[in-house]
Design a protein around this ligand. Structure first.
Ligand code: NAP
Ligand code: MG
Length: 491
């Protein structure tokens, strides 16, 4: 075993490196974006806050059933009169224009995302926003080539898509939903999460800037009831949902018996599997990225580390050392690795499940780290002594908490990895290509990463097995989810 120094040597002291928030112009209040205009809602309003400071950022309209109805009607008109009839080559021009504006305004989008969500600026700047632009560029390229996608000679749009997204990747989930829907000729009504509405509203401004025809994109802010009204609306042809398995099941019940098409992208409890022949330093980076990226608010997070027994001590020692170097704090500091937990509710859930982990016999460890006085924070944490029966090995914590289990043989690794109600993603770390392929075949997960983790690309389909949902987003399957190969109904 390679000897690891007991303490990480602090080679550098970091000076604060704050990103300026002067680039964003947050208004005191926001209306709903319906039919190309910002309008007052009929309902109440709610506040969105900065989870790193608890500062109120803006007052946002809460769409009620009547507002949702207006948005769906606007989307229907835009679909039948303009967007559904427009040649794909024309739709592509709008999508390319949106993609270009996103790139041009990327710093503004990244800063706003970090302020409203709590994620580190280096993540929103280097990961989220570039992939958002990539999605629009990618699907813009498909808009005039739908008949070459292998989906029939003349695939038709479904009509109006009702789309509901969570708070962990607000703008990225918006892009995953809106880009393929528009490329395929659908119009959309999108509901962002209650705690993170601001980048969706800035995206609405981008639609105006791009001269997108009115009603093609509508944004209805609100909470669960707004989402429910959208799902239940008779004028919606397709429901696309990303969020928790619990709400996903409720949505499936609501649309059962209707002709609405549905895709559900739900939770996960991914196994990140490290074999004894893995490049250990690389694997440590992958484990850290797998669970501490975006504070662990990631559906495909590698929240269960399965490590081969013969290297478990070494991996744990190195992992703890690496965790001691993670910088937790101000999301707008360019050196921050782990930002704020998105809400007080989510923080309470992470505390609750971590306490259960301890009371069920797991050993909890976190590096010494000073957390800011205001805002919602949780230190990077790992649990050892975890068995498959423990709740922290079974339930999605959706926070920076890693459960560590061990295995002896590849068959045991597969058995343990698949022993979950979910099946969204998995990671395999090994030197052997044949073992990677064997494992990928055995694992019941929609995405299997090999010697890497949390890699996303618009060309690559993403989605789950079992309680992680059904349908795929990304690539051609992501386009197929918005097209009808054999009907002219949506035209
Ligand atoms: P959530 O509570 O299910 O909320 C998701 C969205 O649904 C939010 O916009 C929410 O509104 C809305 N909503 C709540 N109740 C609703 C209802 N009855 N009908 C219609 N819409 C309703 O999930 P979350 O806690 O925000 O997000 C975390 C979950 O998302 C995790 O389980 C995570 O794994 C999953 N996720 C999955 C993927 C994937 O691709 N598979 C990606 C990211 C996240 P409000 O927030 O405004 O209440
Ligand atoms: Mg917020």
């Amino acid at each position: 075993m390679v000897k690891v120094p007991e303490k990480a040597t602090p080679f550098f002291e970091y000076a604060p490196a704050p990103e300026s928030r002067a680039i964003v112009d947050i208004k005191a209040s926001y209306g709903l974006f319906i039919d190309g205009e910002f309008v007052d809602g009929h309902g109440k309003s709610f506040k969105t806050i900065n989870p790193a400071t608890e500062e109120v950022l803006a007052e946002v309209a809460e769409a009620d059933e009547a507002d949702v109805d207006l948005a769906v009607q606007a989307a229907r008109r835009a679909h039948s009169r303009v967007w559904g009839r427009m040649p794909g080559s024309e739709r592509a021009k709008y999508l390319f224009r949106i993609a270009r504006i996103i790139s041009e305004r990327s710093r503004e989008l990244a800063v706003l995302e970090s302020i409203d969500n709590g994620k580190p600026i280096k993540e929103s700047r280097d990961v989220d926003v570039p992939i958002v632009a990539a999605h629009f560029f990618y699907y813009a390229g498909w808009a005039d080539k739908l008949s070459h996608a292998g989906l029939g000679p003349d695939p038709r749009p479904l009509g109006v898509a009702g789309q509901i997204i969570p708070w962990n990747f607000p703008l990225l989930m918006l892009a995953w939903k809106i880009a393929p829907a528009l490329a395929a000729g659908n119009t959309v009504v999108l509901k962002p999460a209650e705690t993170t509405p601001l980048t969706a509203l800035l995206f609405a401004e981008i639609c105006q800037q791009a001269d997108l025809p009115a009603g093609v994109v509508n944004i209805v802010t609100g909470a669960g009831a707004t989402g429910q009204a959208l799902v239940a609306h008779a004028g919606v042809d397709k429901v696309a949902f990303t969020g928790s398995t619990e709400v996903g099941k409720a949505i499936a019940r609501t649309v059962a018996g209707t002709t609405k098409k549905v895709t559900l992208e739900l939770g996960g409890k991914a196994a990140n599997i490290v074999f004894d022949d893995a490049p250990i330093d690389q694997a440590i980076e992958g484990i850290v990225n797998g669970i501490f990226f975006n504070q662990g608010h990631v559906c495909c997070a590698g929240s269960r580390l399965l490590v081969q027994e013969s290297v478990a001590d070494e991996v744990l020692e190195r992992l703890k050392r690496r965790m001691s170097t993670l910088r937790v704090g101000d999301p707008l500091d360019k050196n921050t690795d782990v930002g704020a937990i998105n809400s007080a509710e989510q923080l309470a859930r992470i505390h609750e499940l971590s306490d259960v982990g301890e009371s069920e016999g797991g050993q909890r460890w976190s590096p010494a780290c000073e957390l800011p006085a205001n805002g919602f924070w949780f230190p990077p944490t790992l649990f050892t002594g975890v068995t498959q029966a423990h709740r922290i090995a079974r339930e999605e914590i959706f926070g920076p908490v890693l459960s560590v289990l061990t295995f002896r043989t590849p068959a045991e690794a597969v058995e343990k990895a698949n022993n979950t109600p979910y099946g969204l993603s998995a990671g395999v770390w090994t030197d052997k290509g044949s073992r990677i392929l064997w494992m990928a075949n055995q694992l019941r997960a929609g995405v299997v990463w090999a010697n890497t983790f949390n890699k996303f690309d618009p060309t690559s389909p993403f989605g789950g097995y079992k309680e992680s949902g059904y349908g795929r987003e990304g690539g051609i399957p992501g386009l197929a989810a918005y097209l009808n190969p054999d009907s002219k109904a949506g035209a």
